[in-house]
Design a protein around this ligand. Structure first.
Ligand code: FAD
Ligand code: SF4
Length: 477
């Protein structure tokens, strides 16, 4: 038996940074079967408990061994409508892989021996995309949505939470209308995660599945501006799910943050990923690309911003110079290790234990330099990570043309602000009953990042599944 998990192929850094091609190539059939054969087929598979949507992991891995990929596809689809998405973006090292018996007890991170469950899921999902021409209609038995049930549900937000909830409801024969404020569906999957990690065709394929199930999608509708929740109910919807997400950027609160060429990560990524600014002027959204780019932060959003920025420089024939500045050390970085590693391989530089204290610009108001203070690590804070403590008198400057601030995201509040009686906490996150995901309002449910703040794709889907189960009960007592 192979000791370590099979490594998937990936594009060489010097090739992959020339455009937005997918970096990780995934398993071919031989690799997938070799990896699947490493699975011990445990009597009590611990991995399943590590999956927020409860995929029968042991079963679909066995079906790969048996070369019955269609069966494996259906096994996954029973619990997860989006295998090709989750197989690419799930932080499996903290979830199913960490729980895999091959990791060993008490580890906070998957070991190299743990089965690469997410890559096997991706293999099966991609097999479905390629081989089942109407693959997105193949799924667990669906009931007709042709007016069999007069009740209809509204889903607000088309990120992973909204998509998952809509899929579950539609599979139960409930008429679903999904409202999205942007002109395209997918939420962070579309505007945040760059195509070199999640190609848009994969997202489109998975979302198409919902359309085939009968979900009606209405884009360019900002709920709370175009319509209120009351109006949705008056319009005949019997239940509403809120998957509003957390897309409001946090800032540092230091001087000069409003200078030209200081972007929030959300604006930067949205311009490039959603609005195709990297193809300007073919697409109408511009983006500035300077010689020296600074990214502030240490999470997934910072990694994505830096890697997008580096590709933009290369596309524009600028020698890449992208630096990530983080106030703690590498150990405390919240970003996924594979993403940090990919960023480093691509030539992104890291500077640790530094905190920006001000931005300075030229006469035209364009960013010229950033002032930093050096930090040391103090006692752990509420997150368990050691707190950065600024060192007095350690101020220094860095010349810089573009700064991207990636220091956190808060709740999207447009709808909740105009909804009387909905309980939110001090950050604007919606409060719910954790069993049913019902909000303080009758027949209104919520899930994903709007509940409890920034999380992961599969966690958002896990909440949406709970909510949809409660909504189905509510619609069919
Ligand atoms: P979102 O994806 O934010 O979707 C919410 C949707 O609701 C949006 O489309 C928004 O436009 C819409 N909306 C909001 N208000 C309204 C309104 N009033 N009317 C109509 N529509 C509205 N997680 C991972 O698991 N793996 C990763 O690799 C990963 N990488 C990430 C990279 C970045 C850059 C970011 C920002 C996050 C990343 N995450 C990752 C986190 C993950 O994307 C989120 O946890 C997840 O998208 C949350 O899903 P959601 O459906 O709750 O919200
Ligand atoms: Fe296979 Fe690991 Fe799950 Fe056991 S815990 S069934 S080895 S994936």
């Amino acid at each position: 038996m192979t000791k370590k998990s099979i490594k998937p192929d990936e594009l060489n850094p010097s090739v992959r940074t020339n455009d937005f091609s997918e970096v990780l190539l995934g398993y071919n059939e031989a690799q997938a079967r070799e990896e699947a054969m490493r699975c011990l087929q445990c009597k009590n598979p611990a991995c399943v408990a590590g999956c927020p949507v409860g995929i029968d992991i042991k079963k679909f891995i066995f079906q790969i061994v048996e070369k019955d990929y269609r069966a494996a596809y259906l096994t996954i689809k029973k619990k997860n409508n989006f295998p090709s998405i989750c197989g690419r973006v799930c932080p499996a090292e903290y979830q199913c892989r960490k729980a895999c018996v091959l990791t060993g007890k008490g580890s906070s991170f998957a070991s190299e021996r743990a089965i690469n469950i997410h890559l096997l899921e991706r293999f099966v999902g991609d097999w479905g995309m390629r081989n089942l021409k109407d693959g997105n209609t193949v799924g667990p038995e669906t009931e007709s949505v042709s007016g069999k049930h007069r009740d209809a549900a509204a889903v607000v937000g088309s990120g992973p939470a909204g998509l998952c909830c809509a899929g579950e409801l539609a599979r139960s024969g409930i008429k679903v209308v999904m409202f999205e404020s942007l002109h395209k569906t997918g939420g962070v999957l579309r505007y945040g995660i760059p195509p070199f990690r999640l190609p848009q065709e994969v997202l489109d394929f998975e979302i198409n599945y919902l359309k085939k199930l009968g979900v009606e999608i209405r884009t360019n509708v900002v709920m709370g501006k175009a319509m209120t929740l009351d109006e949705l109910f008056k319009d005949g919807f019997s239940c509403v799910f809120l998957g509003l997400g957390a897309g409001t950027p946090s800032f540092l609160g230091v001087s000069g943050e409003n200078l030209c060429n200081v972007y929030s990560a959300n604006e930067f990524l949205t311009r490039v990923n959603l609005m195709s600014a990297f193809k300007f002027p073919e697409y109408h959204t511009p983006i500035n690309t300077g010689k020296r780019i600074a990214v502030i932060g240490g999470g997934n959003t910072a990694m994505d911003s830096a890697r997008v920025a580096l590709r933009l420089q290369k596309i524009n024939n600028i020698t890449p110079d992208v630096n990530i500045f983080y106030r703690r050390t590498e150990k405390e970085m919240p970003g996924r290790r594979p993403e940090i590693q990919h960023a480093a391989e691509e030539g992104i530089k890291f500077e640790f234990l530094v905190q920006p204290v001000g931005f300075e610009g030229d006469k035209e108001g364009r960013l010229e330099k950033i002032k930093f203070l050096r930090c040391r690590l103090g006692e752990p804070d509420s997150s368990g990570r050691r707190r950065p403590v600024p060192i007095e008198g350690s101020v220094f400057e860095k010349k810089c043309d573009i700064a991207i601030i990636a220091v956190g995201l808060g709740a999207n509040r447009v709808l909740t602000k105009v909804t009387p009686g909905i309980n939110v906490d001090k950050w604007g996150d919606v409060l719910v009953d954790p069993e049913t995901m019902q909000t303080s309002l009758s027949r209104v449910y919520a899930g994903g990042d709007i509940v409890g703040g920034e999380g992961t794709v599969i966690e958002a889907m896990g909440m949406a599944k709970k909510a949809s189960a409660a909504m189905i009960k509510c619609l069919r007592p």
